[in-house]
Design a protein around this ligand. Sequence first.
Ligand SMILES: [Zn+2]
Length: 233
Amino acid sequence: MDVICLQRLKLHRQDAQLRNGKYMRDRADGSSLGSCPKGPGFESQSRFYYFKNKFMKKVAIVVGHTKLRPGACGIDIPCEFSFNQKVAEYLGDICDIYYYDSYNLGYKSMVKRNADKMNRKDYDLVIELHYNAASPQANGCEVFYYFTNKTGKMYAEYMSKMISKVFKVRDRGAKPMIGENQRGYWALFYPKATTLLLEPFFGSNRQDALKFKGKEKEYSEMIRDFLKRTKLV
Ligand SMILES: [Zn+2]
């Protein structure tokens, strides 16, 4: 194996490590790195690599639920889908926005279809937007990450802290998504990029809902700030 080839494999590994704990674990034996192309083939691949990093968006936003099944509807605040669609649209200049097509064939397959689309690109981060609902007393923000993904954990802690600070809600912190019986599990399992699922408040709690009412723009600005601070945009 020549020097360029070794360099390429190193780059490949570093990139994977940066992006996703899951990916790194899956490729731990290096088996799927494949053989290294030499000569002109490698040249063109390396130029493409550069092109992708420079011009393609690094962050994908997924709006949770669908227009027809819009998720929870909080107290005096639009349902999850409408609220988060607005938030996502404010971020359209720096992120690619994804919408789920339909629950008709089930939640898991809907999530997989969308992840398959995203996985054709090379995102560094996927952010899925929701808000919480439970008993009237439950309140605060939490951010989910895939349990083996250390980068995801770090980002989730930071994101939850920022939400809590900016919107003055209780910081419930980063929550690992561990098993398929947890709500939203597949949304964190299928994307190859590090994924966060945001639950910034409880729509079912009057005080929480009031803090976010009409604040779609402010919330999008906070996410923008997070992406800048973490150097993702
Ligand atoms: Zn939801």
